[in-house]
Design a protein around this ligand. Structure first.
Ligand code: ZN
Length: 269
């Protein structure tokens, strides 16, 4: 909202890459860096797309790299988490939620379906079926006019992904952009949009840490479009103020006792 540039922070718990050599071999600088590289190198297909100012943040940084100052300046936060959801400080979750409600965009990836922030914003279990068997996934664009689908083919495939299957326990989305089919037969709503407060929320299913999903050109295009779509339209911290009436009110004192209730005189006649 502050400049023509869109300020994006890619957050990653950054645990698997440091503990598992197989994951590190695919993402030597971490999932967050690969996702940020994709956003830098893949222009959005959307007309009027804004240039990005990219940053990253990880769990082990002070305040998980998500201080009030950084979130205040952030337009869209991208979230990858899996094994360390419980280690995310509740105060930081509340801070992220407050910024989303005020207008900051949030893009939640893959196993982030069980993150504290996603479950808090949606209010449901966010549970699903899963199986790690390097299956082929075919993603179908079911809303081609949606901005997040810009420049994408009718369908595209990932050679190996973790299967996520329905039922995905989330509130009915405002838009379903992608539906996926997996080799084993399950289907999944893999690209979903909601609004919470003034902020836009997009969930995108692909991105298991043992597969090179975030190098895929179509996945990179989805994320490039998603950060543009999720950009804030306003930044308003809603409160609950008592306000004076815009018009002059006539009050019949005492009609409703001493409870302090006032009512327009004409309603009482
Ligand atoms: Zn996974």
């Amino acid at each position: 909202m502050k400049t023509d540039r869109l300020s994006v922070i890619v957050w990653n718990e950054y645990q698997h890459e440091r503990e598992n050599p197989a994951v590190r071999a695919i993402y030597p600088e971490g999932l967050h860096q690969c996702i940020a590289d994709g956003l830098r190198d893949t222009p959005s297909a959307l007309p009027g797309a804004r240039p990005l100012t990219l940053g990253t943040a990880t769990l082990d940084e002070p305040e998980h790299g998500l201080s009030e100052e950084r979130l205040e300046a952030c337009d869209v936060l991208v979230w990858w988490g899996h094994k360390a959801h419980a280690k995310v400080d509740d105060a930081v979750v509340e801070r992220v939620q407050r910024h989303v409600l005020a207008g900051m965009g949030l893009v939640v990836l893959h196993s982030g379906h069980f993150s504290k922030i996603f479950r808090r914003l949606l209010g449901t279990n966010c549970s699903l079926k899963w199986r790690e068997a390097a299956e082929k996934e075919r993603l179908w664009v079911v809303e081609p006019s949606h901005p997040i689908a810009a420049g994408l083919p009718e369908h595209f495939e990932l050679a190996n992904e973790e299967m996520y299957g329905e039922r995905f326990d989330v509130p009915t989305p405002e838009s379903t952009v992608f539906i996926s089919w997996f080799e084993g037969g399950e289907v999944f709503r893999s690209g979903l949009c909601w609004q919470r407060g003034h902020g836009r929320l997009f969930y995108f299913q692909p991105g298991h840490e043992t597969y090179p999903t975030y190098y895929d050109p179509n996945v990179r295009r989805v994320l490039a479009n998603a950060v543009q779509w999720a950009a804030p339209r306003v930044r308003i911290a809603d409160r609950c103020p008592r306000v004076e009436p815009l018009e002059t009110l006539s009050v019949k004192a005492g009609t409703f006792g001493s409870a302090g209730i006032v009512q327009r005189a004409e309603d009482l006649q």
